[in-house]
Structure formats: structure tokens, C-alpha cells
Design a protein around this ligand. Structure first.
Ligand code: ADP
Ligand code: MG
Length: 411
């Protein structure tokens, strides 16, 4: 008999109640129904498979795109007493993990997509079919998504080899195209989709035409207390900006990008997590899987890659529900560069990229509510004004948007 989800929520995870659509997702999974859960970052997607993993007889196989992300989750799961392991290129204990799987000694098995699709893994699963397949960051399966991983395409044959095992796909970042594509690619029916609300009412959005980033961001740092993240566009830019912001102000500012020495990188990350007012200048590599609820502001020094990316990155602010700010600094040259990138893509992917850039153009150039633009992008039907973005708080005098984005896109 599966154990009662509410009781487990309390006993294992220590939470008094489910949040948002979690309960509905868990109920579908426990009933063996294929499901696509679309929930914003921080909404608690992991619990939607971790809880059934404990409740159900058998092991839940979790596919996740990044080893670092996987290991963070693994540690968190183990910390609450869940029997969890991973099979990735950096794990040394494959034999032991495989033996534990066969012996029914695992609740959760994290695996990278390129491993999951291999014959070795499939035969391991044949020894004892899993209780659930969870496909985290499921937008990676779609070329429409902003983070396509070809390895995700190889998962389908594995899933289909176990047609009776329920599948749960999870993502924060799906526009209508990507959603439909995920359903199709992973063999989930359209009525198996559960979408939760995307609004983050405590985040105040503001967009600024750029005029020398560093001075603008130094001003921001001077007035905005609390821990903050500044997303810069290149590794070099993070280091340069961190150095000049450190020189200008009294706050501790550090850099973070995937090219840093691993020891420095993890020291900077740990310092940020512990700090109450540190600022991290980072590439988008920073933040995934980092659980720091009290980030008070996120600033983008330059155009993000997509609305999904923007939503996800800015969404790292204010996870504690307290007031937080998201600032986006952009310039016409960002669109010129984006357009250049489109031409460098293979043709099949140009359309998706064009759509993404146009959506960003609409966000930065609107004279109306920023939140409404964001939420409409995620398929919601928000009120015309939110009262908590730059345009709602001080409506622009006239709506003669600069047209910069459109000009660059249509040229
Ligand atoms: P996501 O993958 O959707 O971005 P996570 O699964 O990483 O989110 O969860 C974000 C945070 O929310 C974690 O700290 C998690 O422990 C917490 N959380 C999840 N579910 C609940 C809940 N029902 N009540 C309170 N906190 C929760
Ligand atoms: Mg997650």
C-alpha cells in the first residue's frame, strides 16, 4: 500500500501543507497518470517526484540535465533520509548504486540523459522496473525551448520500453509551442498538463535603457540593500564588472562563471549563500539549483536570452515572499547582437529564436505593464496593470517606444 502523501509531506519533508499545484501533480503521479507539470522556479517541482518516490513501491528514476544540479538535489534528498543515488560521469560508485537499485534499496536514482538512454541502463531497469520516470527541466527536449539538449530526445525509447511506468515531466519555462512539443516528444496527452500560476507579486520589475552599465549598476547597489545577483553577458564581463563595482562601493562584490577555478567558484557561491548583503556578478550559470530565499534584487546587464530565461533568472529574487526588485538594463546593440546570432543558427532553429527575441522586444519596449507582458507570455490572462512595475508606478508620458527592437528585428 502506498503511504499517505500528506503524512509523508509532514514526516519526511517537514512541510505543513502542499503549495499550489503540488498536491494535484502528486495525486496524478500516484494514480499512474502521465503528467507534464509547468511550475515556476521555486514553486517546488522536486517534491512532486520526491514524495511519490518515497510513497510508491520501487525506485523513481530522475533525468536531469546538469550534474551539479543533480548532486545538489541528491544531497538535499539524502539529508531528509531519502535513499538516493546518482549515475553520472563523476560518480565512482556505479557498481554499488546498481546493486542497490537491483536490491530495491533506492527511492530515487538520478541519471544524466546520455546515460539513461544507454543499453546498460535499460537492462538495469529491466531487472526491476522503476515506479516512476521523472524528467526534470523537460523543456530541454524541445528545439523550441531555450535550452535544447539533443540527449533528451533519446529518452523516448527508454520511456516506451516501460509503457506502464508513469512519467512526470517538469519545467518552469514553457511557452505554448514548447509545451505542445514536450507533450509530443515525451508521449504525454494534452489533458495531462498541469500549469500553476506564474505571478511573483512581490517582485517589482523595472526596465532601463542602458547608459554605461557600471555606473547605473553602482547606483543600484548604493540604494538597494540585501543580497543581489547581477547577470552579465560574458565571463570576462562578470570579472570586469565585479572589480569595478568593488572599487566603487563598500559592498562585497564577487564574480561567478563556469570558467573560474572550481575552488574559487564554490567559495564564492558559499560566501554568497551565507551573506546578507553580498552582490554576485555572474553568468547565467549561476543560480540554477541555488536555494537562497532572501535575494533582494536581480539585475540584468544586457538583454537576457529569452523571456523564459528572464523570468527564471529574475525569479531568483524574493523567494521568501518579501519585497524584491528585478532590473533589466538593455540597449539597441543587444538586439543587433541577437540578430547576428540568429543568422549563425541552423535554419530549423532560426524561427524559434526570432520569436524569442521579438518577445523580449515587447517586454522592454512596452509602455504598459511589464508583469502583464510576462504573464501573457506564459499563457495567463493578467489584469492590465499590476501596480508593482516601473510603468504601472509611473506611466510613461507618451507611448512612443523607441522602436529600436523592432527596427533591428525587421531589418
Ligand atoms: P523548483 O524546482 O520548482 O524551482 P524546488 O523543488 O527546488 O523548486 O523547491 C524550491 C524550494 O521550495 C525548496 O527549498 C523546497 O524545499 C521548498 N518547498 C517545496 N515544497 C514546499 C512546500 N510544500 N512547503 C514549503 N516549502 C516547500
Ligand atoms: Mg527544479
Amino acid at each position: 500500500m502506498p503511504r499517505d502523501p500528506r503524512q509523508l509531506l509532514h514526516d519526511i519533508f517537514g512541510f505543513p501543507a502542499f503549495r499550489g499545484v503540488q498536491e494535484a501533480v502528486v495525486a496524478r503521479v500516484m494514480a499512474g497518470q502521465r503528467t507534464l507539470a509547468i511550475m515556476p522556479t521555486g514553486a517546488g517541482k522536486s517534491l512532486c517526484y520526491q514524495l511519490p518516490a518515497v510513497a510508491l513501491e520501487g525506485c523513481c528514476v530522475v533525468v536531469s540535465p546538469l550534474i551539479a544540479l543533480m548532486h545538489d538535489q541528491l544531497r538535499a534528498a539524502q539529508a531528509v533520509g531519502i535513499r538516493a543515488a546518482s549515475l553520472t560521469s563523476v560518480d565512482a560508485d556505479w557498481r554499488e548504486t546498481q546493486a542497490r537499485y537491483r536490491d530495491g534499496d533506492l527511492d530515487l536514482l538520478y541519471v544524466a540523459p546520455e546515460r539513461a538512454s544507454g543499453e546498460g541502463f535499460r537492462s538495469l531497469l529491466r531487472s526491476a522496473p522503476p515506479a516512476l520516470f521523472a524528467i526534470d527541466e523537460a523543456h530541454c527536449v524541445s528545439e523550441w525551448g531555450h535550452d535544447f539538449r539533443p540527449d533528451y530526445r533519446l529518452l523516448r525509447p527508454l520511456l516506451d520500453a516501460f509503457p506502464d511506468v508513469p512519467r512526470l515531466a517538469l519545467t518552469a519555462t514553457a511557452d505554448a509551442h514548447t509545451r505542445t512539443d514536450i507533450l509530443h516528444q515525451l508521449g504525454i496527452a494534452a489533458d495531462g498538463m498541469i500549469i500553476s500560476g506564474f505571478d511573483r507579486p512581490n517582485i517589482r520589475y523595472a526596465v532601463h535603457p542602458r547608459d554605461g552599465f557600471t555606473a547605473q549598476i553602482a547606483d543600484l547597489l548604493a540604494t538597494q540593500p540585501g543580497p543581489g545577483i547581477i547577470y552579465a553577458q560574458t565571463r570576462a564581463a562578470t570579472e570586469k564588472m565585479a572589480a569595478s563595482l568593488s572599487a566603487k562601493g563598500r559592498r562585497e562584490v564577487r564574480a561567478y562563471h563556469a570558467g573560474l577555478d572550481p575552488a574559487v567558484r564554490s567559495a564564492n557561491q558559499a560566501a554568497f549563500i551565507a551573506s546578507e548583503d553580498m552582490v554576485m556578478v555572474a553568468t547565467v550559470a549561476f543560480g540554477m539549483g541555488i536555494d537562497k530565499p532572501d535575494v533582494r534584487f536581480v539585475a540584468h546587464a544586457g538583454l537576457p536570452k529569452s523571456i523564459e530565461g528572464y523570468y527564471q533568472e529574475s525569479g531568483r529574487a524574493g523567494r521568501d515572499g518579501e519585497p524584491a526588485e528585478a532590473h533589466l538594463f538593455w540597449g539597441a546593440e543587444d538586439f543587433a547582437r541577437a540578430r547576428q546570432r540568429i543568422f549563425e543558427l541552423e535554419e530549423a532553429r532560426q524561427g524559434g529564436e526570432r520569436t524569442r527575441i521579438a518577445a523580449l522586444g515587447a517586454l522592454v519596449e512596452t509602455g504598459g505593464c511589464r508583469r502583464a507582458v510576462l504573464l501573457r507570455h506564459f499563457g495567463e490572462d493578467p489584469p492590465a496593470t499590476c501596480g508593482n512595475c516601473d510603468n504601472c508606478l509611473s506611466p510613461p508620458a507618451s507611448i512612443d517606444a523607441t522602436e529600436t527592437a523592432r527596427k533591428f528585428l525587421s531589418a
